[in-house]
Design a protein around this ligand. Structure first.
Ligand SMILES: [Zn+2]
Length: 237
């Protein structure tokens, strides 16, 4: 039985490796998903910026049209100045002209302001687009790297699984199925050593009598609390 336990300990080591490889393989897409989330967030904010820029341009065109209409009115008033007969008429037109000039100068300022904000936003959009381009390239690179990594990890897993398969043949059938049942039920840990007089699966302290039996290794001893198989590690000198 001692020899069986020794093989089982090797088997547990391999099963641990396989589990770790499986976890690593599963974790790979998560890294990619994080990067994809970063990119789609950047895309959303870029879209918002473009919409804002479009809004600014629309507003500017609107003001420009208003300005051009008012400039037409202004030149109409200005030509009327030559045809007036009375001082009263003249003053009335001058009031209109002054007020239009004031309004037009405000419109010009507003148009200029909108243009400046549009340019500023355009610069930010360019910067963001460049950032996004870099992120997309990084994603492509990461995806490629991860594909290679997964291929490597899976190859590794197959090697360990083959090794495990060979080793499992050396274990007695009923012991193997009991080991595998515990392995599935106990998070991939079925066989645990005794250290500091305690089960290393659940850390319950074991009575000396049990420890003696485990040291002898004549039969399979299960932990009373976590049901894992207990074994005594031979200290290698
Ligand atoms: Zn235990």
């Amino acid at each position: 039985m001692k020899e069986q336990l020794r093989i089982l300990a090797q088997l547990q080591e391999l099963d641990g490796k396989i589990q770790k490889l499986r976890e690593e393989i599963a974790a790979v897409p998560e890294d990619i998903l994080t990067l994809r989330e970063v990119i789609s967030q950047a895309e959303r904010s870029l879209e918002e910026m473009r919409e804002k820029q479009e809004g600014l341009a629309k507003e500017r065109r609107h003001k420009e049209r208003e300005l051009s209409t008012k400039e037409d009115s202004l030149s109409k008033y200005q030509s009327q100045l030559y045809e007036v007969k009375t001082n009263k008429e003249y003053s009335a037109i001058m009031v209109e002209i002054d007020s239009l000039k004031q309004e037009n100068s405000e419109l010009e300022d507003e148009t200029l302001g909108l243009m400046e904000r549009g340019d500023e936003l355009g610069g930010l959009i360019k910067k963001k687009e460049e950032e996004l381009r870099v992120e997309r390239e990084r994603l492509t690179g990461e995806e490629e790297k991860n594909r290679e990594r997964v291929v490597g990890l899976e190859e590794n897993r197959r090697v360990v699984e083959r090794e495990r398969e060979e080793l499992a043949k050396k274990v007695d059938g009923s012991l193997l199925s009991s080991y595998e049942r515990i392995l599935r039920g106990k998070g991939g840990l079925a066989l645990v050593p005794v250290r500091d007089d305690a089960c290393q699966g659940c850390f319950m302290e074991l009575p000396p009598q049990t420890i003696n039996e485990i040291m002898k290794g004549d039969k399979i001893i299960y932990c009373e609390r976590c049901s894992r198989i207990l074994y005594w590690e031979e200290k290698e000198e």
